[in-house]
Design a protein around this ligand. Structure first.
Ligand code: DUC
Ligand code: ZN
Ligand code: ZN
Length: 466
């Protein structure tokens, strides 16, 4: 079946062009000058809309076991919510728990996702332990499973933490097989000392989660990760959920030196703050407990992060979608902030929240599309199948209405959460239509897809490596 999208403006990294897009089955087959496409096909009128590649959220945690509970979105609820927000691919983190065989962790993640996804999905692998077996598994995952990126943690001692020797060994392996090392860069050993000292002083409210994870310990870990990657002969390194100016400066310096160092940030660090959200009265701030933490509005993190997005020192915007309900989940930490499960849900709102950056004059249209779709595809081996509106690519297309409005609220969102981290936010734009592999799955706010239609995407190596 063919479908012609007419009258819209196609946005890609190279520009904004009025064009008509022809879809045949699951693929884009042609891009025409306006009005020059075939006339004997079904059409969607995109007049006045932007035609952009479906969003790619390269950092989600559906059903992640964390802090004695599980992230509240399943692959079913989370990918449906993603679709509503214009995201047609997620890359979730399969987990090898400490002591577990890597392939068992991966099999468990496939079992959670298979038959449940509404949009396409791929996996990174969290290594909860680096040893001879997991190093061997890294080669196998790259060669046979389409998993070409591995997340390590410098935080969370006793849970996901790897020491510097383990990190170096994994980086050396990645240097050999071309995989990307994704790093949670916070000095977890030092943070744990600060946490114990705060609790001993009776500082138990959610805001102390942020205060005990200072910028210096993100910057230090970022620096250390970059140095370890240098020792591993410039192993590809991607810093996840970067939140702080001084961590960004470390990335920028490495990039200026020509290193294989990349970074992402997340909408929560661009919009939310330590004081206004994490410091909300009573226990309310628990809604915004995530790591890395929200940063102080009295510093200049948000200004610097937007600038980093413009300059490409921040290449990608992902959500780190890791939702927990307030009731019974966040409440596990009443009286002790260190027991609050870490995470914010946002998979539904990334495309809109970044579009607000365009409206506010902080990002160009092209850069919007690059950071939410094209670069994640290139970074994680999905390009050109995903991330671009071009012949040969999957027909993952979003019609975005710059004259629409989106009001974010728990009343209207589709994520399995009993609150919204962005309650009441108004966006001057709106996802109008979402097409995934040629199928219209969201139209005028109505869901038309089906559970199980999303396919697993084995990935290649990053396009950014030399
Ligand atoms: N950070 C979070 O906020 N949640 C899950 C894991 C992580 O690193
Ligand atoms: Zn992390
Ligand atoms: Zn994460």
């Amino acid at each position: 079946m063919t479908l012609l999208i007419t009258g819209g403006t196609v946005i890609g990294p190279t520009g904004a062009d009025p064009a008509d897009v022809l879809v045949d089955g699951e693929k884009i087959v042609a891009v025409f000058a306006p009005g020059t496409g075939p006339s004997d096909t079904e059409t969607i009128d995109a007049t006045g809309k932007y035609v952009i590649p479906g969003g790619i959220d390269a950092h989600t945690h559906m059903e992640l076991p964390f802090g004695g509970t599980f992230a509240s979105d399943t692959f079913d609820t989370g990918t449906r919510a993603a679709a509503f927000g214009g995201t047609t691919t997620i890359i979730d983190f399969a987990v090898q728990r400490t002591g577990e065989v890597v392939h068992d962790g991966l099999a468990a993640w496939h079992a959670k996702a298979a038959g449940n996804c509404h949009v396409d999905y791929a996996f990174h692998m969290i290594l909860g332990g680096v040893d001879d077996d997991s190093l061997k598994a890294m080669d196998q995952l790259v060669a046979d499973e389409g998993i070409t990126s591995f997340k390590l943690f410098m935080a969370y001692p006793g849970v996901f933490y790897s020491d510097d020797g383990q990190i170096l060994r994994a980086m050396q392996k990645a240097r050999d097989n071309g995989a990307m090392i994704m790093m949670h860069a916070e000095n977890g050993i030092a943070i744990d000392v600060l946490v114990q000292q705060a609790l001993a002083r009776g500082e138990t409210d959610p805001i102390y989660h942020g205060i005990t994870r200072p910028e210096a310990l993100e910057a230090e870990a970022t620096h250390r990760a970059i140095m370890l990657a240098e020792v591993a002969q410039d192993c590809p390194l991607y810093i996840v959920h970067l939140s702080a100016s001084r961590a960004l400066a470390e990335v920028a310096a490495a990039r200026d030196a020509g290193r294989n160092v990349f970074a992402e940030t997340c909408p929560q660090y661009l919009y939310l703050t330590l004081e206004d959200q994490l410091g909300a009265p009573g226990f309310e701030g628990a809604k915004w407990v995530c790591s890395t933490p929200l940063r102080s509005k009295h510093e200049h993190h948000q200004r610097d992060l937007w600038q980093g997005l413009r300059s490409n020192d921040l290449a990608v915007v992902s959500t780190d979608h890791c939702p927990f309900c307030f009731k019974d989940q966040k409440e596990l930490g009443v009286g002790d902030f260190s027991k609050i499960p870490n995470g914010i849900g946002g998979v539904e709102h990334r495309v809109d929240l970044l579009y607000q950056g365009v409206v506010d004059g902080k990002l160009s249209l092209q850069r919007w599309v690059e950071t939410i779709a094209t670069t994640p595809a290139r970074m994680f081996g999905l390009y050109p199948r995903k991330g671009v509106v071009a012949p040969g690519s999957d027909a993952d297309i979003v019609l975005y209405d710059p004259n629409g409005r989106t009001r974010i609220s728990v009343e209207t969102h589709h994520m399995n959460m009993d609150h919204s981290a962005y309650e009441g936010y108004e966006i001057a734009g709106k996802v109008d239509t979402v097409i995934s592999r040629g199928e219209v799955i969201v139209s005028s706010g109505e869901y038309r897809g089906t559970k199980g239609r999303g396919q697993y995407l084995p990935r290649g190596l990053s396009s950014y490596l030399v």
